[in-house]
Design a protein around this ligand. Structure first.
Ligand code: NHW
Length: 398
């Protein structure tokens, strides 16, 4: 069968109607940078929700409720993102979802569920959280949209476009007109295309469950030796971040993120929320100078396990993902090596990173291997007249 493999020629019946960069405009640098559409007066924003097929209803999800949080957790655990070979599926924990969705200034109305009217079963979800995003020299209030999920039995019925329109409407009602999101699928039009890299921590398990393969002339014992890490970290003054460190970390991070073309602007509240260690959610370490007691460096990673779908032996892959970091005094390579050592001690199987920020400077040397599949970054209603390199991006979405 003849297949048209040029993604630029693919029709996007929904996305073609949205204020996003269109494929036909790629390379046209005459279009102005900035918002594609102007905000409309709030009174002109549609007041009623969009129509759903008859047997379904909208449901604002209160993530503060254990019951509702559990419903979202179960929906995602069974229906959220899988790898291309359907071997693994993200298994965000309940604590993680709470953390991800109840960030400073969050709106419950942006946590949008779809239920079956008759049974009240939760069958779809989409969410947004507010963030101040800097794009070059403009700081724009945006929504970060994430956790879009439609139950497997309801796929390909054009429910996703209705959900995206509904969350957009609810975001508009709070006077926010831009959004940032990532996806593994190519849509019109990425701000940047990034790659996943994986650092094996537990070679035997990763090979057993089919996450990795032994390369040519590689034996299990060689792999174990190759990925072996020291048992203790190397940086003097490295310790867990504490509440009292929030102001220093905010300072460091604001300063560091200012070098990227697109990055969030965090205040103390947000740093406390996003970076203060939370067991099984986020880990943060910093370097305190032994002499001046100044905080000079910092790194963090979050915990996102995946369900292993077809193994007799194992059901969960424990994965750490690099989050934000700052290196001023300690080389980034050394910081990240310490991050690997800590992750290994905490029994993670694999340590993942994208090639955003300055990650390329340590990936190969620290024995990360390039994954398959891409993660595309997008902005909604904001045009950049040139795609960025991943290293221009100071943004990590969960
Ligand atoms: S990416 C993770 C997305 N979730 C999953 O992959 C979970 C497993 N898959 C599913 O649940 C992180 C379904 O396959 C989903 C699609 C629900 C993905 N982003 O209902 P239909 C995020 O959560 C388009 C955007 O028939 P379906 C970020 C697709 O191109 N659009 O499909 C979310 C097509 O449109 P087109 C996506 O398989 C960002 C249409 O949906 C998409 O039953 C959202 C087909 O719909 C994706 N990941 O359900 C955008 N996947 O034009 C936020 C498919 O091509 C934008 N589509 O015909 C900003 C809004 C806020 C603005 C505020 C001012």
């Amino acid at each position: 069968r003849f297949q048209n493999s040029n993604p630029f020629d693919q029709k996007h019946k929904f996305w073609e109607t949205q204020p996003v960069g269109q494929f036909k405009d790629v390379g046209n640098s005459s279009l102005p940078e900035g918002p594609i559409e102007l905000p409309t007066p709030l009174s002109e924003v549609k007041q009623e929700p969009y129509n759903l097929p008859n047997s379904y209803e909208w449901s604002t999800c209160d993530m503060g409720s254990d019951e509702v949080c559990n419903e979202v957790y179960v929906l995602l655990t069974n229906n959220y993102v899988e790898d291309d070979d359907n071997m693994f599926r993200f298994n965000y924990s309940k604590e993680f979802l709470r953390w991800a969705l109840r960030s400073p200034g969050y709106y419950s109305s942006w946590h949008v569920g779809v239920r079956v009217k008759a049974s009240k079963k939760l069958v779809a979800f989409i969410s947004g959280i507010p963030v101040n995003m800097r794009v070059r020299d403009q700081v724009v209030k945006m929504a970060e949209v994430n956790f879009l999920c439609v139950h497997k039995k309801l796929r390909s019925k054009r429910l996703a476009p209705v959900m995206i329109k509904e969350v957009t409407r609810r975001i508009h009602l709070e006077n926010v007109w831009q959004a940032a999101y990532t996806a593994g699928v190519l849509l019109p039009t990425p701000l940047t295309t990034s790659q996943y890299w994986h650092r094996t921590l537990n070679p035997k398990k990763l090979i057993d469950v089919g996450f990795s393969r032994l390369g040519e002339r590689m034996t299990m014992s060689r792999a174990i030796k190759l990925y072996k890490l020291p048992t203790s970290t190397s940086t003097p003054g490295l310790r867990k971040m504490e509440l009292r460190d929030v102001p220093s970390v905010t300072q460091l991070l604001r300063n560091y993120l200012s070098r990227f073309s697109v990055a969030p602007e965090f205040d103390d509240n947000e740093v406390e929320h996003w970076l203060l260690p939370q067991e099984n959610v986020v880990d943060s370490y910093l370097v305190e100078s032994q002499v001046t007691h100044e905080i000079t460096d910092f790194f963090s990673f979050y915990t996102l396990p995946s369900s292993i779908l077809h193994s007799q032996e194992y059901s969960i892959l424990k994965a750490a993902y690099t989050f934000y970091y700052v290196s001023t005094n300690t080389p980034l390579l050394q910081l990240m090596n310490d991050a690997l050592i800590i992750a290994k001690q905490e029994n993670f199987d694999v340590f993942n990173a994208l090639d955003v920020m300055e990650n390329e400077s340590f990936l190969k040397e620290l024995k990360f291997g390039q994954g398959d599949g891409q993660l595309y970054y997008y902005l909604y209603n904001y045009r950049l007249n040139q795609a960025l390199r991943p290293s221009g991006l100071g943004l990590v979405l969960l």
